[in-house]
Design a binder for this molecule. Structure first.
Ligand SMILES: [Zn+2]
Length: 137
C-alpha cells in the first residue's frame, strides 16, 4: 500500500475566445424567444486540462420547432475540430435538460440563458457537471 493517495478528478476549464462568445450571444439574441444551436470548433488541451473554443459553425439545418427534434450531428461532415455544441435557453437557467444530456455531442455543452450575457454562459460535461469558464481574447 502506498498511503492514501486519492484519485482526484482534475477540474476542467473551458476557454472561450471572446469572438466565439460574442457570436454565441448575438446568435442567441437573434433567435430569441426560440432556442439557437451552434457547433463549437476548437481543441482539447489535455496537458492543461482545458477545452478551447475558437470558432463557431452554424449547423447545416435546424428546425424552428422544439429544438433538437430536427437536428442531428450526423448531418455534419466528420471533422475532429468539432468539440461540442452551444445552445440557448430562452428561460432563466442554463442547466442542461435531460434531453440536452441525451443529445450530448463532443466534449462540452455550452448553454447560455436569457438575457444572453457573458455571465449567463454555462459549460457542462457529458454528465451534466459544470465546468469553469474563461473568456479569453
Ligand atoms: Zn437545453
Amino acid at each position: 500500500m502506498f498511503g492514501k493517495t486519492q484519485r482526484q478528478r482534475p477540474r476542467k476549464t473551458v476557454v472561450i475566445k471572446r469572438i466565439a462568445a460574442d457570436g454565441i450571444i448575438t446568435f442567441s439574441k437573434t433567435w430569441h424567444p426560440n432556442e439557437a444551436i451552434l457547433v463549437l470548433q476548437g481543441k482539447s488541451d489535455r496537458k492543461n486540462n482545458q477545452i478551447i473554443v475558437e470558432s463557431l459553425v452554424i449547423p447545416p439545418f435546424t428546425s424552428n420547432g422544439p429544438f433538437f427534434s430536427g437536428f442531428s450531428m450526423h448531418n455534419l461532415p466528420f471533422d475532429s475540430s468539432y468539440i461540442g455544441t452551444a445552445h440557448s435557453h430562452p428561460g432563466p437557467s442554463n442547466r442542461p435538460s435531460l434531453e440536452d444530456l441525451n443529445h450530448f455531442f463532443g466534449l462540452v455543452s455550452v448553454i447560455i440563458h436569457h438575457p444572453y450575457e457573458y455571465d449567463t454562459i454555462g459549460a457542462y460535461d457529458r454528465n451534466g457537471d459544470g465546468m469553469e469558464i474563461e473568456i479569453s481574447d
